[in-house]
Design a protein around this ligand. Sequence first.
Ligand SMILES: Cc1ncc(COP(=O)(O)O)c(C=O)c1O
Length: 378
Amino acid sequence: MTGALAAHHGGSAPWASGPPSGTPCALFDLRGLDQRLRDCAAGAEARDITLAYSIKTNPMPAILRQARAAGFAAEAISGAEVAAAVTAGFRPDQIVLGGVAKSWPTGSIAPGLMASLDDTLDGFAAGVRASRGHRYHCVRLRFPAVGSRLGFDTTTFDQRERLATALLDARADGVPVGLAIHEHNVPIARAEAWLTGIRSMLNGLNHAHPGILGIIECLDLGGGYDAACLDDLLWGDLGKALLEYVQDRVPRCRTLILEPGKSLVQAYGAVIGTVLALHPDDEVCVDASMAELPWPMSRRPVSVWRNRRWTQIGEGTGTIAGRCTAETDILATSVDTAGLVPGDRLMFAEAGAYDWSMRNAFGTATVIETIPGDDAAA
Ligand SMILES: Cc1ncc(COP(=O)(O)O)c(C=O)c1O
């Protein structure tokens, strides 16, 4: 899906007309992303879903401005990200704060946020007491059978009762309460299992304390979707089934939030490198490295610029290694490197998400080029 997306918008992408003169070079297709954001915002509005762009996935200010202009909310993990969102034009009541700990001292956190998500009942109670005017206070539940440091564990009846009590106490103090969930990897093939997991967690909570779902006013289902899964939530049967469940079992839910990140931005970034040398054992070495592509991805699409166009490299027995001498600096495996020669330009696709946010300038000054999106003046 993401490959298809990139192909669809490839005509306007900054790499479409050829490689840049200097490499390694990171390129981002702001115009293509703008269309994707606007499409998704329209789909979400039609289903009364709030999309909160996950800032950490790619915090480029131009992307935050585009997300805001398209009608997104924003999801922050720190005070610094809340500040970045405010600078990009989001109002506090358009920002969800859902990092690993609210006590993380990184910048000031504005009052009046859309939602504050806590992973512990103590943190939740403290947030409720601090009364900073946030619209919803939510407890995040740990996704069952998925290794995660996030979320309150509700696998036992006793924990579910404790959670229900905490929610009821907050509600008795007049605080609108919600539940949050995040599963870090929800490809379309696992989307049904994801929805089943959510249903079973919420039903289990209602079983421990009948009626507790009736006080929930906000449900935040996090991110982790691939592009096809987000599309299914916004336009397909997955979203329909989710909405039916929520209307039926969480009848007072007024705000249903999704926090997509990579399903929006990943397809719109690429890194271009140049082949420096050929090594024995089917390995080529390029001037890009894990500093530009730090996020592990199996089968990342790699293309070579030949005959005035990008041609995707097929499968093979070769390896593409980066400029770092560390043995771990491998950018692609199981690729056909047989025809590559020094000087060839290679494009590593799907690099617009965590590769972007975690990049560093190891050993060189990475060149960043973008083309302006339609909101350039915003
Ligand atoms: C709570 C939460 N929401 C949203 C996201 C965004 O995830 P993705 O970029 O996989 O959609 C993350 C990623 O770690 C997350 O932890």
